[in-house]
Design a protein around this ligand. Structure first.
Ligand code: DGL
Length: 268
C-alpha cells in the first residue's frame, strides 16, 4: 500500500454523527478528499458491548484501508473509547481519535480543573475520558461523567431545540451542576448539535468543549508532518453507509452543513 498527498482521509463513525468531525475537517482542510464511513445499519454503538464494537470497528478499518486512505480519523467516541487498540494494531497509516483530542482541549480551557463528561453508556463505562484527563492533566483533575443515551435519538429526530430535549437535558445535567464544574466535554458525535440548548441548561459558568475542531487541527498537523497535505482542489467526498442512504443524506446534510453529492450503500 502506498499513500501520497492525493490519497483521501478516512473518517468513520457508527452512523451520521461523525459528520460533525467531517465538517470540521472540511473547514480546516478544504483541499482534502474525505472517504466517510457510517455504519447506519448497526447504529447505535453506544449501548453495545466493547467486543461487538471492536469487531465492527475492525471491519470498517479494513474497508477504509482498502480505499487507500492516508490517515484514519476515528470520529466515534464509543469506538475510540473501546476499540482503539484493535484499530491502531491494524493500521499502517496514522490513527487519530476524538477522546485524547477532547480531553486535551478541555484541559486547555478549564481553570478549576473540575471537568464534566457527557457521552454514551459505553463511553462512560470505559472511563476513557477520565483516563485521558488524568494522563494529560495529572491526578488532581476532578472528572464527573454522565451517560445520556436519549440525546442520540433526539438529535436524529431533529429536536435540537425542543421542550422534550430541554427536559431530558435538565434531568441528565442537574446532578452534574452540583459539582461546580467549569468545563463540560461533549463526548459524543451528536452532542455538538445540542450545544446551544445545553449552554442554556448549564449556564455561562460552564464552558462546552467538543472534539471536532481539535480533531481537524490534529489532522492538519499530522498531514503537514508527513508531507501528505493535498494542495490542489476542489476535492470530491464519498460517503459510504450500510443502510438507508436517503435518510443518511437527509439527516447528514444537517450535520455537515453542506450538500452530500456521493452517498453509496455498502453491504457488510
Ligand atoms: N457515534 C457515537 C459516539 O460518538 C454516538 C452514536 C452511537 O451510539 O453509535 O459515541
Amino acid at each position: 500500500m502506498h499513500c501520497d498527498a492525493t490519497c483521501p482521509i478516512g473518517i468513520f463513525d457508527s452512523g451520521v454523527g461523525g459528520l460533525t468531525v467531517a465538517r470540521a475537517v472540511m473547514d480546516r482542510l478544504p483541499n482534502e478528499r474525505i472517504v466517510y464511513f457510517g455504519d447506519t445499519a448497526r447504529v447505535p454503538y453506544g449501548v453495545k458491548s466493547p467486543d461487538t464494537v471492536a469487531r465492527y470497528a475492525a471491519q470498517i478499518t479494513r474497508f477504509l484501508l482498502a480505499k487507500n486512505v492516508k490517515l484514519l480519523v476515528v470520529a466515534c467516541n464509543t469506538m475510540a473509547a473501546v476499540a482503539l487498540p484493535a484499530i491502531a494494531s491494524m493500521s499502517p497509516v496514522p490513527v487519530i481519535e476524538v477522546i485524547s483530542a477532547g480531553a486535551k482541549s478541555a484541559l486547555a480551557v478549564s481553570k478549576s480543573r473540575r471537568i464534566g463528561i457527557i457521552a454514551t453508556p459505553s463511553t462512560v463505562a470505559s472511563r476513557a475520558y477520565e483516563k485521558a484527563l488524568e494522563l494529560y492533566g495529572g491526578p488532581d483533575v476532578h472528572a464527573v461523567s454522565k451517560a445520556c443515551p436519549l440525546f442520540v435519538p433526539l438529535v436524529e429526530e431533529g429536536w435540537l431545540d425542543h421542550p422534550a430535549t430541554r427536559m431530558v437535558a435538565e434531568e441528565y445535567l442537574r446532578p452534574m451542576l452540583a459539582e461546580d464544574l467549569d468545563t463540560l466535554i461533549l463526548g459524543c458525535t451528536h452532542y455538538p448539535l445540542l450545544a446551544p440548548l445545553l449552554a442554556q441548561v448549564v449556564g455561562p459558568q460552564v464552558r462546552l468543549q467538543d472534539s471536532a475542531t481539535a480533531m481537524a487541527t490534529r489532522a492538519a498537523a499530522v498531514l503537514a508532518e508527513l508531507n501528505l497535505a493535498r494542495n490542489d482542489g476542489p476535492p470530491r467526498h464519498i460517503f459510504h453507509v450500510t443502510d438507508m442512504p436517503l435518510r443518511f443524506r437527509e439527516i447528514g446534510e444537517r450535520f455537515l452543513g453542506r450538500p452530500m453529492e456521493d452517498v453509496r450503500l455498502e453491504k457488510m
